[in-house]
Design a protein around this ligand. Structure first.
Ligand SMILES: NC(=O)c1ccc[n+]([C@@H]2O[C@H](COP(=O)([O-])OP(=O)(O)OC[C@H]3O[C@@H](n4cnc5c(N)ncnc54)[C@H](OP(=O)(O)O)[C@@H]3O)[C@@H](O)[C@H]2O)c1
Length: 333
């Protein structure tokens, strides 16, 4: 009887008790979360190990972001013990105030900075981004859409794109970049992707009209200009790319350091071009739209490798290598 109680009130999760390398992650039994009135309890079947997990685990933050450590990550020990920002799974229970979802629904969810998806169960507030999973995709494929897709929507929703718009995506081969390339194409833009040579075929296969090998060509020195530059690579601050932006154009800084953040509004005022590091809101409808788009084949999952929860250390090690293409999926059987 006691053993049964333990099984039903605990779950397996990948836990970090200290900051450090991949080896600090270990699979343990922890308390199973209990949903509040406005939350759904999701049996997670798949998540991804993302750059956000890497950064949170290792405190490898963009330049100057030290102030973020005590606030968000924890001073001596990690504030978030269970990582994992995205999930695909099945609703197990819903709180009294939850509407529109029921036990048995297959869903995708973005937990964002709350983390917690590298576990058998996670609680998701209904107010967060949660939507029905694409019916024709597996849990692994569905999970791989969320982190990059959600982030891409958050930034692309800040600009108007249409036929004739020219978009350059720096860091086009990562989780975010692969989603930005596909969503910008969906919105009618002509897309140039910048990445390393070995990942050029991937970026082209996602619909990029042009691909630039970042080791061989400096796009910012070519004289070509774009309406929107989406910076996902880390080496394209405004000071470098200003002259690659057309008048009235926008630089969307998915990644920047403290200096880039502090300078953004001054650069905007001075240049008349939009420089922003702030993601826009992503609604339930946006995530549901992403799910439907995936069902129709308008955005496809980009999965590099898939690991089981028991192999979580290897998954983190691969993400740390910087070699990943798109997403590294975590399967939680
Ligand atoms: N602001 C937000 O809300 C938010 C949300 C998600 C992610 N992010 C940040 O956005 C960035 C991209 O995330 P992600 O998940 O796509 O990461 P990722 O999957 O690791 O991809 C990183 C991308 O950057 C490229 N890259 C690596 N080193 C580079 C360098 N020295 N110069 C230029 N490009 C380089 C990589 O491609 P190649 O190897 O092909 O060059 C790859 O395309 C990360 O820094 C992440 O922290 C921010």
């Amino acid at each position: 009887m006691e053993a049964t109680m333990t099984q039903t009130t605990t779950m397996r999760a990948a836990v970090i008790h200290r900051f450090g390398g991949p080896e600090v992650v270990q699979v343990e039994r922890v308390h199973k979360p209990v949903p509040k009135a406005d939350e759904l309890l999701v049996r997670v079947h798949a998540s991804t190990v993302s750059i956000a997990d890497h950064r949170t685990r290792s405190r490898d933050l963009p330049k100057g972001m030290w102030f973020y450590i005590p606030l968000a990550l924890g001073v001596f020990r990690p504030r978030r013990r269970v990582l994992g920002m995205d999930a695909a799974g099945v609703v197990e229970a819903v709180g009294d105030e939850v509407t529109g979802f029921a036990p048995g629904d297959e869903v995708i969810a973005m937990l964002g900075a709350s983390f917690g998806a590298h576990a058998e169960y996670a609680c998701v507030p209904q107010a967060d981004a949660i939507a029905q999973k694409p019916r024709n995709l597996t849990f692994e494929e569905s999970a791989s859409l969320v982190f990059g897709g959600y982030t891409a929507l958050a930034y692309l929703n800040r600009v108007q794109l249409g036929t004739g718009s020219e978009v350059l995506v720096n860091g086009a081969s990562g989780a975010v970049g692969t989603a930005v390339v596909q969503l910008a194409k969906q919105r009618g833009a002509t897309v140039t992707g910048v990445c390393s040579a070995g990942k050029a075929d991937l970026v082209r296969s996602l619909g990029a009209d042009h691909v630039i090998d970042r080791a061989r060509e400096d796009f910012a020195a070519s004289g070509r200009t774009y309406d929107v530059i989406v910076e996902c690579g880390g080496d394209a601050p405004f000071t470098r790319v200003e002259h690659s932006l057309r008048p009235g154009g926008a630089l969307l800084l998915v990644i920047t350091g403290l200096g880039g953040m502090l300078a953004a509004s001054r650069q905007t005022r001075r240049s008349g071009k939009t420089v922003t590091f702030t993601p826009g809101p992503v609604s339930h409808d946006d995530l549901a739209g992403l799910s439907r788009l995936a069902e129709e084949g308008g955005i496809r999952p980009v999965i590099d490798r898939t690991y089981d929860l028991d192999d979580i250390v290897e998954a983190h090690r691969y993400v740390d290598s910087g070699r990943k293409r798109g997403n590294v999926v975590l399967r939680i059987p």
